[in-house]
Design a protein around this ligand. Structure first.
Ligand code: C5P
Length: 224
């Protein structure tokens, strides 16, 4: 059954890790679960917004009639999937933990153990999806990124807000117990250009997602 969205807005959300294959059975990846991005997709859908969720390998279940899932594996695939829908998206949230580098080539067969004690793996930089979308951004599109920093958090997040041409950066605190990767709770700061930093309390990822979505919708209204 087709559900008619209550809102005319469309959103794009990236979530989860990316896996960069070395050969058919091995990859470079990270511990992202996709929980934060999925919670954001669900919050947007709860507002009646149609969401395309571009999701890297994740065990999480997503089931909402307004969320269309596009499963991807690598950063390259994630970028291509985003480019297909970005133009039509009023709101884009890049919550995926994209691998910065990938193996220069993927071996067609499983790489055999050699006799040498060391193994040299050459990596090449992946595209920065958020920065790519930022360069293409139109006036009325809202683009949101995440920053996970371990030192000079605010300064680094502020720089990313500018360099990636995002409207908003969500800074993940790693210092707080229960925040970040794999947890069901998170503590974040919302940074926006020329605006006061909003500091949200430690709460469930669903509650954080709701506050972030409310903040995004308030700027979208102001833009329109
Ligand atoms: O530069 P850094 O990885 O810290 O930036 C984090 C933000 O950029 C996140 O929103 C993440 O989803 C996005 N990103 C991306 N593509 C990359 C690297 C990061 O979209 N290759």
């Amino acid at each position: 059954t087709k559900v008619h969205p209550a809102s005319s807005l469309k959103a794009l959300v990236t979530a989860g890790p990316t896996y960069e294959l070395l050969d058919p059975v091995r990859f470079i990846g990270n511990f992202s679960t996709g929980k934060m991005g999925i919670a954001l997709a669900e919050s947007l859908a709860e507002k009646g917004i149609e969401v395309t969720l571009v999701l890297g390998p994740s065990k999480e279940k997503v089931n909402h009639p307004l969320i269309k899932i596009v499963n991807v594996v690598s950063a390259e695939e994630m970028l291509q999937a985003c480019l297909k829908v970005y133009n039509a998206a009023d709101i884009t949230i890049c919550a995926a933990a994209v691998a910065d580098y990938r193996p220069v080539e993927k071996a067609p067969e499983k790489i055999k153990k050699g006799s040498e004690d060391s193994f040299h793996l050459e990596l090449v930089k992946n595209p920065d999806i958020l920065a790519t979308l930022g360069r293409m951004k139109r006036e009325n599109q809202v683009l949101v990124g995440f920053a996970l920093e371990t030192n000079n958090e605010l300064e680094h997040a502020q720089k990313k807000l500018e360099s990636k041409k995002a409207n908003m950066m969500i800074l993940n605190s790693l210092r707080k117990e229960g925040a970040g990767f794999g947890h069901d709770t998170n503590q974040v700061e919302i940074l926006q250009k020329n605006k006061e930093i909003i500091s949200l309390p430690l709460q469930s990822k669903a509650e954080i997602a709701k506050s972030i979505v409310d903040c995004i919708l308030s700027i979208h209204k102001n833009d329109a």
